[in-house]
Design a protein. Structure first.
Length: 346
């Protein structure tokens, strides 16, 4: 019997891999995105749908008579949960991408409080899914994701949904690649990089390949649950930088700083957190029979190659990665970096 999957956000970094994995696993897949694109690696049978998921009629039309599983990469708030629950009579189960930033520590600190004095959350290492989550709200990315989760889990009797709490996602086609921080420095011949917190920060990465594997397994084993979605390893930022150097064949010296980045423009890498953010994957192993398919360093060559391709010909990173520029503005202030390094030597 043919099983049908509809994937919303199919041409994004996760979607490209997940659509291929589902199709090769025997699913009849409809790949939905705003632009209606297709990945070269997808089997021919994958169907394409072009729709804005914010348009209820367009989404319902793409669903047609319905599907066995709906995979949603771009659900951001409770309104998307309600939209999916409203279509529950036509969807067997769902797999929805959430984020580890829904977690809160014992003092009520979370990613939304990190800019406050002593506001960075101190989580257990590793974080289990039973860790408390922030109050749903409309004020931030994380509180909206918490609202999305709450409504979908509450509606589990109507639409069993697996929520995947992803870490720092990496892979080709990423629109906000953290790896750009070191790849561009290497392309620009920067001999030194400044790493706060002694280079020991750990912010758990999540390969698109591991997330796609979790999606494939969850699609076959519907349930109402939230599961972490991260790599088997959580390298330090110094290890990440060194691994990128190895892939690019360069040698760079790390200048380690005790404590936080000297300024937002100096050493504030996208992974530089004061205390570890590392998640536990044993629930997915137990519930889905999950086994990781990729380790961080193994997947780096394709990620680095993708970034190098986007920057080829000296292309301005702000044009190549507009979403990255909007999120992290001060990533490459070399003048500020050099001034700080010169001051340190003086
Ligand atoms: N980046 C991270 O480190 C991180 C961490 C934790 C969780 N997450 C979660 O990861 C998810 C994003 O996944 P991703 O990185 O694979 O996405 P992505 O690479 O940014 O791609 C987004 C995909 O969604 C499609 N899309 C965007 N808006 C749409 C709409 N209104 N209707 C239909 N399709 C739409 C895009 O279509 P076009 O290609 O045609 O534009 C594209 O296929 C989000 O839920 C985010 O919260 C990300």
């Amino acid at each position: 019997m043919t099983r049908r999957a509809v994937v919303i956000g199919a041409t994004g970094q996760i979607g490209r891999v997940a659509v291929g994995a589902l199709a090769r696993d025997g699913w009849e897949v409809t790949a939905l995105s705003t632009g209606g694109g297709r990945d070269d690696g997808w089997p021919e049978e994958v169907r394409i749908a072009r729709a804005d998921r914010g348009d209820d009629d367009a989404l319902a039309a793409a669903l047609g008579d319905g599907c066995d599983v709906l995979v949603d990469m771009v659900a951001y708030g409770p309104e998307h949960a309600r939209q999916l629950l409203g279509l529950a009579d036509r969807i067997g189960s769902a797999v929805v991408i959430s984020t580890l930033s829904v977690y809160e520590d014992d003092k009520g600190r979370n990613f939304d409080t990190q800019a406050e004095p002593d506001g960075f959350p101190e989580y257990p290492v590793p974080i289990p899914e039973s860790r408390r989550t922030i109050r749903p709200g409309d004020t931030s990315y994380s509180s909206r994701k918490a609202g999305l989760e709450r409504e979908l889990l509450d509606g589990g009797d109507r639409l069993p949904t697996t929520l995947l709490r992803a870490g720092a996602i990496h892979g080709p086609h990423c629109r906000t690649p953290r790896e750009l921080y070191f790849v561009k420095r290497n392309l620009d011949g920067r001999p030194r990089r400044i790493l706060p917190y002694g280079g020991a920060s750990r912010f758990h990465p999540a390969s698109v390949h591991n997330i796609a594997e979790l999606i494939r397994l969850a699609a076959a084993r519907p349930g109402s649950r939230a599961l972490n979605a991260v790599d088997p390893d959580a390298p330090t930022v110094a290890e990440i930088a060194a691994a990128i150097d190895t892939v690019m064949g360069v040698e760079t010296r790390s200048v380690l700083v005790d404590g936080p980045a000297p300024s937002p423009a100096v050493g504030d890498t996208p992974w530089s957190v004061p205390v570890p953010v590392v998640c536990d994957m044993s629930a997915a192993e137990r519930e889905l029979g999950y086994r990781p398919v990729a380790r961080y360093a193994e997947t780096l060559p394709e990620t680095v190659a993708w970034i190098e391709g986007r920057l080829a010909g000296g292309r301005d990173w702000r044009e190549a990665y507009p979403k990255m520029f909007a999120t992290y503005r001060d990533l490459f202030d070399y003048a500020a970096e050099d001034a700080w390094l010169a001051g340190r030597q003086a």
